[in-house]
Design a binder for this molecule. Structure first.
Ligand code: HEC
Length: 150
């Protein structure tokens, strides 16, 4: 039994600094998770954007469904920026970990704009959708300007 206990103890020791921050086993997992959520969010923003720009016909149900995905995705990435996950395949700027309050505020700002976009999508008011989409896009860009490498 002794070697088994020893290896469990060692695993626990290695896992501590990271698990204190998040539920990811490895920093790579956190990067993959946040990039995946952001990528899906971006895809559905693009679909709504095409409608807003008039490139695609407006269909209430499909805009609502795209916005529902955006809303769900908009909650996911922020717990996946644990300390130590600024890996070379990530575009996250070190400022994320130096200015955590500002980063968190930027995430919350975007989520509140997405909530308005969701209300607009449910109302079916195309002008309101357009306005809320614009504000959401600004909130994305503002965070990217400050916290994402080009
Ligand atoms: C609070 C900051 C913040 C907000 C708000 C934000 N992003 Fe990002 N986004 C990031 C960071 C940081 C990365 C880089 C993540 C990485 O590579 O580890 C990123 C990466 C991305 C990516 C690339 C994902 C990939 O494939 O690697 C897309 C697409 C994206 N964001 C879309 C959006 C959209 C659309 C919005 C608004 C609805 C948005 N983001 C709002 C910080 C933000």
């Amino acid at each position: 039994m002794k070697p088994l206990f020893a290896s469990i103890a060692l695993t626990a020791l290695i896992a501590v600094p990271f698990s204190a921050h998040a539920q990811f086993a490895k920093p790579e997992d956190a990067v993959k998770y946040r990039q995946s959520a952001l990528s899906v969010m971006g895809t559905h923003m693009g679909r709504v954007g095409a409608v807003v720009k008039g490139e695609k016909a407006y269909d209430k149900a499909s805009v609502e469904s795209d916005v529902a995905v955006i809303e769900t995705m908009s909650r996911l990435p922020w717990s996946a920026f644990p300390a130590g996950s600024n890996l070379s395949n990530s575009k996250a700027k070190p400022e994320i970990w130096k200015e955590q309050d500002k980063f968190k505020a930027a995430a919350e700002k975007m989520q509140s704009e997405v909530a308005k976009l969701s209300a607009a999508a449910k109302s079916g008011d195309q002008n309101a959708i357009k306005a809320a989409f614009g504000e959401t896009g600004k909130a994305c860009k503002s965070c990217h300007d400050d916290f994402r490498n080009k």
